[in-house]
Design a protein around this ligand. Structure first.
Ligand code: EPZ
Length: 417
């Protein structure tokens, strides 16, 4: 197990570059299974989750050469569709191989995926959409077996705009016979990136970024090179890091429109935010004002930024009401913040955060990826020292976070215990 020893009280200042998007890279890697050939992905972040997806592709027979931030994938060797439970349970996004495998092989068998401890995370919308396309689904002993003679283009309505279901169904429709329309689709930028990657391979996908996506099936795909978008959640995390430590940081390699909900909320809290091309400058020299947030599907305030913003609000002037509408159990970080002196009351899916004068160091643990990142922010803003356990969670979604923050003046030591 690895832990961070964090000394608080240092303002962050300087420049930090955002890596490629984890949540764009993972579906794009899965989509490479649709191709019987080679493709190259650039801007790939060095993350544990990306390493797990690479292991999954190799297990299925692909070759995946990953040097620095460039990944060469060759899926000519892919033939094996039963995915091991051990691999599936390591990451929720493993379920993204379902769409490509059923699309290319008309058969796939996966176990229910694992992932962060933030909710039950069922796959009913994924499976219902596949059944609409003519796929027979059998669920037994935690395994899903999907089979189809052929996939037919269909009209699919998602009961809620699920990111993963939208991505899986797009990938299932790429090689289907006819046209598929997905309504009430998720609109996240990572879905637009998946569409752009697929169209580079010769697919015909339109409408990603809106709630209606149209896929015209094609017979086959060709190899291509593609660069993934920057990670908007990493960028948002760094922006809050600058604000909570009352620092002054230039965050580079961003797409500002992807950050709009976070920029607006930071400004509402009194933070100076200046947007220029692919950079955002964030500066703060006083206590923030308490603001309310309600997590919503994109373009609303992202659930993946809820823990980080809560950290910020624990030190605000006044009381902030935070509503988590996406996941049913995404408040594990509240207990940890309380150990640092935060005043937070949970009422169902709502957290009432009353600002306190300061946070004090404590022994805390990362309960999931974003909670871990949020605790780093709280510890950097807190007084004296914090020990943060289970930082492996953080490595799932952030490239050596301690190096990025130490370069800005933080004092974080990684300890292998
Ligand atoms: C993606 O997860 C992201 N992961 C998550 O980021 C993100 O929090 C989430 O979208 C919401 O934005 C990746 O892209 C790899 P959903 P996903 O399907 O696709 C329920 C991070 O920190 N649901 O939009 O799993 C589900 O239980 C991670 O980077 C069903 O009920 O999210 C959840 O409550 C965490 N049935 C809600 O919908 C289904 O069939 C949203 O899930 C599918 C989902």
């Amino acid at each position: 197990m690895q832990r961070f020893m964090i000394t608080g009280g240092n303002r962050l200042s300087g420049t930090v570059k955002v890596s490629g998007s984890k949540n764009a890279t993972l579906p794009i890697m899965a989509a490479s299974l649709l191709l019987d050939g080679k493709c190259t992905i650039r801007g790939v972040p060095r993350l544990r989750d990306v390493a797990v997806m690479r292991e999954l592709l190799i297990y299925l027979g692909a070759s995946v050469v990953w040097e620095k931030d460039v990944m060469h994938i060759d899926t000519q060797g892919v033939g094996y569709q039963d995915v091991s439970e051990e691999l599936m349970r390591r990451m929720r996004a493993s379920n993204l191989v379902l769409g490509p495998l059923i699309s290319r092989y008309k058969y796939a068998r996966i176990s229910y995926p694992g992932g962060c401890d933030i909710g039950s995370r069922p796959m009913n919308f994924h499976l219902k959409g596949l059944q609409t396309m003519g796929v027979s689904i059998k669920e037994k002993f935690g395994y899903i077996t999907a089979e189809a003679k052929k996939l037919k283009g269909s009209e699919i309505y998602l009961d809620m705009p699920s990111v993963g279901a939208t991505e899986n169904l797009i990938m299932a429709a790429v090689l289907a016979k006819g046209t598929t329309v997905i309504r009430n689709a998720a609109r996240e930028p990572e879905i637009v990136d998946l569409q752009n990657f697929l169209n580079c391979l010769g697919a015909q996908v339109k409408g990603a970024g809106t709630d209606t996506i149209k896929i015209t099936g094609v017979n086959g795909l060709n190899g291509a090179e593609y660069t993934v978008i920057p990670d908007r959640i990493e960028a948002g995390t760094h922006m809050v890091a600058a604000a909570i430590t009352r620092g002054d940081v230039l965050v580079t390699n961003v797409i500002p429109e992807h950050l709009e909900p976070v920029i607006n909320k930071l400004r509402e809290a009194g933070v100076y935010v200046e947007v220029k091309d692919d950079q955002v400058r964030v500066a703060m020299d006083k206590k923030p004002l308490a603001v309310d947030i309600k997590t919503m599907p994109y373009p609303g305030f992202p659930t993946d930024m809820q823990p980080q913003f809560m950290a910020f609000m624990t030190l605000a002037e006044g009381t902030s009401v935070i509503s988590e509408t996406i996941f049913e159990n995404r408040y594990k970080h509240v207990m940890e913040f309380r150990r640092m002196g935060a005043d937070i009351r949970l009422e169902g899916h709502t957290a009432v955060v009353r600002g306190v004068p300061g946070l004090s160091g404590a022994c805390v643990e990362a309960t999931d990826l974003r909670a871990g990142a949020a605790l780093v922010l709280a510890a950097m803003a807190g007084e004296n020292g914090t020990v943060l356990d289970q930082v492996e969670h953080i490595d799932r979604g952030y490239e050596r976070l301690e190096n990025k923050y130490n370069a800005l003046g933080a004092r974080i030591i990684r300890v292998h215990s």
